[in-house]
Design a protein. Sequence first.
Length: 83
Amino acid sequence: MYRRTGERFADSCVQQLNRFQRGITEWGGITTTQKLELVVIRGTLNGQRYIQDILEPVVILFINHRSDVIYHHDNAKPHVDRI
């Protein structure tokens, strides 16, 4: 999210959420020069969905067009499932 100075708590930059709402995962990637597509996953994100919905359609296509990419993840369960 991009905000101008002083907009941190502006109504247009704040969205009220139910803290206990489950079932939506957002994934995004950035580089020094561009942003990758934001992926919204409804339901539980597991290893298989991570591969089908994020890695294959977004990450692999992006990496195939570049030679200087280092893919970094945070060891969340879907990232390290043995599939």
